[in-house]
Ligand binder design. Structure first.
Ligand code: MG
Length: 496
């Protein structure tokens, strides 16, 4: 039994209502992306808004808050119970700090902003989006003040996505990778393939779907009992419970790695949710702990496994059997195709060498917007300058520049750096896994993923949200994030 304390049991009983609303809201969100007819959006948004207000009421309910405070004072809580208290105290703190009108205003503004962003991007018209971004930045600055911070207003927002991470952490982190990445990129560009003919090759969507499903089976995704794969515009994963985890991918009809590697990426997120201790089910610690740790799992499968030579060899027979053009290519071709490197304008299409530069750009601009050092009129020009500085290329229009990501329209300021954190951590975890698991590469080549899954379960997944990210990393790997593993990984892969 993981939860033994009577007061904790009472809390969990109350929490079941909160869990159920989250469960419903998660399923409604999944449905909106996967099945819902376009015009259902207005009513669905109202329903989601009502649910989130109910949730807010339940979380800030005096009786519940008192229950959590009383339980927190008790001695002898075990680590699971302490995890429950930590997570709930954070939820209560966030819910109570921000006035309900501000939450409501943010939800209204981001709803409108997302629609404005879509239109602005389509018409390549930044001015259409700018007034909404102004409003969102103003609200986010208010929210940072409500939440409170010690050194930098961005700290308050960053913590929402990555508990305990601040500007100080991220500045150090990016400081350690910026110059080495620039140097590495320059050297890699000298003699590494920048493109591959498969990037423009068209494929049969039904056949690729079969390949994707076969790969998921190979990796150990429990499609027949606890998991699904569907289609959506932007691939994502949702964990509705230990018995129901869902991923999506997309089929553009050409450049099949976009679909296939998205599947491998989302599998990594899904496996995290699937391998959380089943005893945590329906409790506050029954999800992955943070955006960055979650992304480390998806990136581990996508980059460390999915972009390896051994993986290309492992899936080659499957590709050859299902995609008719594959006979023209070798496993080595697949490896190169999965790993071409070249500065490009679009973040989601970036290779693993240039990816973090896209994030550094966004992180830098977000920080400056939150302190008010720059305003949204300067943004497109600054975006272009930074692209030039970091990657040596400049977008010709807004849609390939400042308007490419949805995040700001959703009010998700502080989210971007978790992508880099996850990408870098994936290499660090890859280093440890390849030392701790005998014959790591060989296992990938022969499609034996069981031990790798167990390793991740043991080191990361089973804990759910029991420990905050930094503590989890220390406990399982003896260190916090160390960017040198990522740099060494790139150097070994691309330059030796
Ligand atoms: Mg991801």
């Amino acid at each position: 039994m993981v939860f033994e304390n009577e007061k904790i049991k009472e809390i969990l009983e109350y929490y079941r209502k909160i869990w159920a609303l989250n469960h419903a809201s998660g399923l409604m969100g999944w449905d909106m992306e996967v099945y819902m007819p376009k015009e259902g959006v207005r009513e669905r948004s109202v329903a989601q808004g009502e649910l989130s207000m109910l949730l807010h009421q339940l979380i800030t309910d005096d009786k519940f808050v008192e229950m959590v405070e009383k339980a927190a004072e008790q001695e002898g809580l075990n680590e699971y119970e302490q995890g429950v208290i930590r997570v709930l105290k954070r939820e209560i703190k966030h819910a109570k700090a921000i006035p309900r009108e501000v939450i409501g205003e943010l939800s209204r503004v981001t709803g409108e902003a997302t629609m404005a962003w879509r239109e602005a991007r389509e018409k390549n018209d930044y001015e259409k989006f700018k007034p909404y971004l102004d409003k969102i930045i103003e609200l986010e600055r208010k929210i940072a003040d409500y939440l409170g911070y010690e050194e930098h207003p961005y700290d308050a927002l960053a913590d929402l996505f990555e508990e305990g991470y601040t500007v100080r952490d991220y500045d150090r982190f990016f400081g350690e990778i910026e110059k080495p990445l620039k140097n590495l990129l320059q050297k890699i560009m000298e003699n590494w393939p920048k493109e591959h003919p498969l990037e423009s090759r068209e494929y049969d969507k039904e056949k690729l779907k079969k390949v994707n499903l076969e790969i998921l089976k190979l990796l150990g995704y429990p499609l027949e009992s606890r998991a699904r794969m569907d289609v959506s515009a932007h691939p994502f994963t949702i964990g509705l419970g230990v018995g129901d985890v869902r991923i999506t991918t997309r089929y553009e009809g050409f450049d099949f790695k976009r679909s296939l590697l998205a599947v491998v990426h989302e599998f990594g997120h899904a496996l995290y949710e699937l391998q959380i201790s089943p005893e945590f089910s329906m409790s506050p610690i029954a999800h992955g702990v943070s955006s960055g740790i979650h992304e480390s799992q998806s990136r581990f499968w996508e980059n460390i496994i999915g972009r390896s030579k051994e993986f290309a060899e492992n899936i080659y027979p499957l590709l050859k059997e299902n995609l008719d053009f594959m006979a023209e290519y070798s496993p080595e071709d697949i490896y190169i195709y999965f790993n071409t490197v070249k500065p490009s304008l679009i973040r989601v299409e970036a290779d693993e060498v240039t990816y973090n530069m896209h994030i550094l750009l966004r992180y830098t601009l977000e920080k400056l917007m939150i302190t008010g050092e720059i305003n949204t009129s300067d943004l497109p020009e600054l975006w272009n300058e930074k692209m030039e500085e970091y990657l040596g290329i400049k977008p010709k229009d807004y849609k390939d520049g400042v308007l490419q990501d949805i995040h700001w329209s959703l009010g998700s300021i502080g989210y971007f750096p978790t992508y880099s954190l996850g990408t870098v951590l994936a290499a660090q975890i890859g280093y440890h896994a390849s030392r701790d698991i005998p014959g790591f590469q060989e296992k990938i080549r022969s499609g034996e993923y069981g031990e790798i899954r167990e390793y991740l379960r043991d080191k990361v997944h089973r804990y759910g949200s029991m420990y905050p990210p930094k503590e989890l990393l220390k406990k399982s790997f003896g260190e916090e994030v160390e960017p040198r593993y990522f740099l060494e990984y790139l150097e070994k892969k691309y330059l030796s």
